[in-house]
Design a protein around this ligand. Structure first.
Ligand code: IPM
Ligand code: SF4
Length: 777
């Protein structure tokens, strides 16, 4: 919470500058300056817009690319995406995005464009990501962009639609958490080690409900790319966002980026003076404060199936029998079995089958330079079946080739691929075979993440490079002598005396005009027309739900488990029920696993899911997770705690997530569920009852969310009622922060903010009935 004394954190300041409206219950309508879009989480959002005859409100603040599904094979001779992408479902998502960007006039970097790449690599690279902005994307690793001092957060597809239509997001204030890393990083220790170490300390739910500010001398000493790797994984710590206050390192990085304010110019100076004001005040208060001594961090690596399962590379596989609770012991045993590991094995004795250097965490030029330094003059171990380098964008690839890094990797036996998400989650053909073990620079080691039954160990680029050379998990310090952190070395100026990193992007008007290629439409797009009755559906109503409740004894249930990646390749919201918990519900031979609760009677008919462990729905922002549960028949999930994005996404689909913290209450609910009895969830009265309608416990729900659920409201329609306030905010941007108008690539110079104010739309229920007395909105 912002401190009472009036002192504010970096997050408080950025938030305050973007509030369009704030309700007494704390619900905030937040203006969004930057919206990144990719092919997986946008088709349903564009469809929603189309059905409701809505437009993209600010195409100039929206940037799209394809990244998750794209093949990383050579693009030589590629004609177009529809002949290049072989898998039908992947192709459909890619071509759907291409149709949508044309239809809605959104700037798009397609496969033939050097600027194509992973959304979280291209935003910063283009200067689309700027300090002090609010930035969203239908992707959980949007947290990456917080490295610039932006409030950057992943959202679900319903929220993508909301932002496309209104340029605003309905949200609430997060808590402030500070992770201070002081001192110097030891030689050979990367920023990836810093963030893995921090997640190991606070756990994957440690940052739930918080925005984490990373600060301290060790963070300050890092380059922008190294800071991005840290903020990237704040989602793995459960946080809503991660942030680093902008400083000279940030400004240097941004100079000359095509979409940043022109440098040098009066506008640049004005922007920098605003950006400098974004430091947290010295006496600002944090709800949670964590101190880490940089010198305590070793090259760090994961052993289990959650990013919190970390050990130093010098350590051994831990023994679950030493864990503090029965639940943790059980989950530890399960992880060792899944990972094919034995307690006590030295981490350095674990052989790897494949190596993946890439992903939005570690696919930037400095990552590749640092890895190449380890690889140079060596060969990958003969036992390694495949080692891949996947640059984060076409521009990173070009830069690496200009520096001869491709040759270093190819000579060593690595594959040199085209840009995309690739084996980070394997929505394209780059996947692991069952039980293959991978040294990976990505961010998630969940079960099945890199392919069904795949085994992932997360680590830094230099550690992954070392594993490729040795054929086992390896302490990189044995291969390369470091005097400092690998980042500092990778960021070192070239012999010519200039840093190499930014040379590829020079500011010139021509480059900026090229960005103006599309779209043609330069008129402001306001959504002031109320939806047609057959338009946007709103959410289904939720009042009282009575039904069978399935008990699930797991902690940290991630959305990859709720719906594995192969089922994300749909452009619809429906039909995912058969895929819910796919890897747990079905055995390798495709037959249902009789031990999984949803395969047992009466739970095949469950309307409620009770998860006894905390942090349900962690990981990816995929709204396919609630869609799959809903399609299965589950409308309510009860758990001790939830991950933020999943929690939000359920409400947007007319589902109710209920937090039951009390162990006593949870035990009573679970006891009913285990007997196969029905449970009653009464939202208007906020009560859970047993099958005979006796109260078990009460529960909390935010007023605004309850109101929308009980009435089945379309919250886009509600937000559109605030058109006047949104326009006011846009005028303020044009006046005070003109560099945010995005006119550089839309030939809309000077037009931002002159948006017509028309009558507010009429809020409607999902059945098209007019709401007579909507709560404020
Ligand atoms: C597809 C997308 C929703 C997802 C995410 O939100 O993280 C993906 O990027 C991932 O890494 O799992
Ligand atoms: S985490 Fe992986 S799949 Fe998700 S955006 Fe990053 S690179 Fe792509």
């Amino acid at each position: 919470m912002p401190s009472i004394s009036g002192s504010r954190t970096l997050y408080d300041k950025v938030l305050a500058d973007h509030i369009v409206d704030e309700k007494l219950d704390g619900t905030i309508l937040l203006y969004i300056d930057r919206h990144l879009v990719h092919e997986v989480t946008s088709p349903q959002a564009f469809e929603g817009l189309e059905n409701a005859s809505r437009q993209v409100r600010r195409p100039d603040m929206t940037l799209a690319t394809t990244d998750h599904n794209v093949p990383t094979k050579s693009r030589k001779g590629m004609k177009d995406i529809s002949t290049f992408v072989e898998e039908e479902d992947s192709r459909l998502q890619c071509t759907t995005l291409e149709e949508n960007v044309k239809k809605f006039g959104v700037t798009y970097f397609g496969l033939g464009d050097k600027r194509q790449g992973i959304v979280h690599v291209i935003g910063p690279e283009q200067g689309f990501t700027l300090p002090g902005t609010t930035l969203v994307c239908g992707d959980s690793h949007t947290s990456t962009h917080g490295a610039f001092g932006a409030f950057a957060s992943g959202i679900g597809t319903s929220e993508v639609e909301h932002v496309l239509a209104t340029q605003c997001l309905i949200t609430k204030r997060n808590k402030n958490m500070r992770i201070q890393v002081n001192g110097e990083l030891a030689p050979g220790v990367s920023s990836k080690d810093v963030v893995l170490h921090a997640i190991g300390l606070i756990g994957t739910a440690g940052g739930t409900g918080c925005v984490i500010e990373f600060c301290g001398s060790a963070i300050r000493s890092l380059s922008m790319e190294a800071r991005m790797s840290i903020c990237n994984m704040s989602i793995e710590a459960g946080a809503r966002a991660g942030m680093v206050a902008p400083d000279e390192v940030t400004f240097e990085y941004l100079k000359g980026k095509p979409l940043a304010p022109k440098y040098p110019s009066a506008e640049w100076d004005r922007a920098v003076s605003y950006w400098k004001s974004l430091q947290s005040d010295p006496d600002a208060k944090y709800d949670i404060d964590v101190q880490i001594d940089g010198a305590d961090i070793a090259p760090t690596i994961t052993w289990g199936t959650s990013p919190e399962d970390v050990v130093p590379i010098t350590g051994v596989v831990p023994d679950p029998e030493t864990f503090s609770t029965e639940a943790k012991k059980a989950s530890g045993r399960r992880m060792l079995e899944y990972m094919g590991l034995t307690a006590g094995t030295k981490m350095e004795d674990i052989p790897v089958d494949k190596v993946f250097i890439g992903s939005c965490t570690n696919s930037r030029i400095e990552d590749l330079r640092a890895a190449a330094q380890v690889v140079k003059g060596r060969k990958i171990a003969p036992s390694v079946k495949r080692a891949m380098i996947v640059p984060g964008s076409g521009l990173v690839k070009d830069q690496a080739e200009a520096e001869g890094l491709d040759k270093v990797f190819l000579d060593a036996g690595f594959e040199w691929r085209e840009a995309g998400c690739s084996m980070c989650l394997g929505m394209n053909p780059d996947i692991l075979a069952p039980r293959e073990r991978c040294a990976s620079t990505s961010n998630r080691n969940f079960e099945g993440r890199q392919g069904a039954l795949s085994r992932t160990h997360l680590m830094s680029p230099v550690m992954a490079a070392a594993a490729a050379i040795v054929g086992r998990l390896t302490d990189v310090r044995k291969l390369t002598e470091y005097k400092t952190s690998p980042h500092i070395e990778a960021f070192k100026p070239t012999p010519s005396g200039k840093p190499k990193v930014d040379e590829r992007i020079k500011y010139d008007d021509e480059a900026q005009e090229q960005l103006a290629d599309q779209p043609e439409d330069n008129s402001p797009h306001t959504n002031t027309i109320a939806s047609k009755p057959e338009g946007s559906q709103g959410v289904p109503k939720f009042e009282v739900l009575k039904g069978i409740a399935a008990p699930l004894d797991r902690s940290n249930v991630d959305t990859d488990a709720i719906i594995p990646k192969q089922f994300l390749k749909t452009i619809k919201r429906t039909g995912l029920g058969s895929a819910a918990f796919y890897a747990w519900r079905f055995k390798e031979d495709g037959l249902p696993d009789p031990d999984f609760v949803l395969n047992q009677e009466p739970y095949t008919r469950s309307k409620i899911l009770i998860c006894t462990g905390p942090n349900f729905g962690c990981g990816s922002s995929r709204e396919h997770a609630p869609w799959a549960l809903l399609d299965f028949g589950i409308k309510c999930v009860i758990a001790p705690s939830f991950a933020d994005i999943f929690f939000n996404n359920t409400f947007k689909n007319g589902m109710l997530p209920i937090v039951v913290e009390s162990k006593d209450d949870m035990d009573k609910i679970v006891a009913e569920a285990r007997q196969g009895k029905e449970i009653e969830v009464d939202l208007p009265n906020q009560v859970i009852r047993d099958g005979s309608s006796n109260e078990i416990c009460k529960f909390d729900v935010e007023e605004f969310r309850k109101h929308c659920l009980v009435n089945g409201l379309d919250d886009i329609g509600l937000t559109m009622q605030l058109e006047d306030k949104i326009c006011e905010h846009e005028k303020k941007i044009t006046r005070d922060m003109p560099w945010l108008d995005g006119r550089a690539y839309l030939k809309r110079k000077g037009q931002g903010g002159k948006l017509a104010v028309k009558a507010a739309p009429v809020p409607k229920t999902n059945r098209g009935e007019v709401i007579q007395n909507p709560i404020d909105w």
